[in-house]
Each structure stands twice: as C-alpha cells, then as structure tokens.
Write a new protein. Structure first.
Length: 67
C-alpha cells in the first residue's frame, strides 16, 4: 500500500476485500503483536497460532467489522 493512504483508508479497503490492504495490516501489526504476546505468555508457538486465528477472523468477518 502507498504511504499516502491513512490507516482509515487502508482499513476501509481491507473491509472491501482488498488483499493488498490485508497484507499491509498483517505486515504492520504482526511483528508488534507477536513480540508483545511472546513477552506476555512466553510461548511463541501459542502466540503464532493465536495471531493466525486472529487474522483469519479479521478476514472472514471483515464486512461486519466497525470502521
């Protein structure tokens, strides 16, 4: 995604099914969430599984998520 877009624009594009927006969200937030989760629970595999479930949930429910 182009840097000229705000996160709001990217989120709206994601909700419309834009795969590039999903990729941007994943690449932007996965490392931070993974680092935080690993520090909180100490089980990296569990954190990776939970994040996979989380991003899958976002993708499957994108049309009903709030702006």
């Amino acid at each position: 995604m182009n840097k000229k877009y705000t996160e709001k624009h990217i989120w709206q594009a994601f909700k419309r099914g834009d795969q590039a927006a999903l990729k941007w969200i994943f690449e932007s937030y996965y490392p931070v969430l993974h680092h935080y989760g690993a520090r909180m629970c100490g089980d990296e595999q569990l954190v990776e599984d939970l994040l996979q479930d989380f991003f899958l949930y976002l993708h499957e429910h994108r049309a009903t998520l709030a702006d």
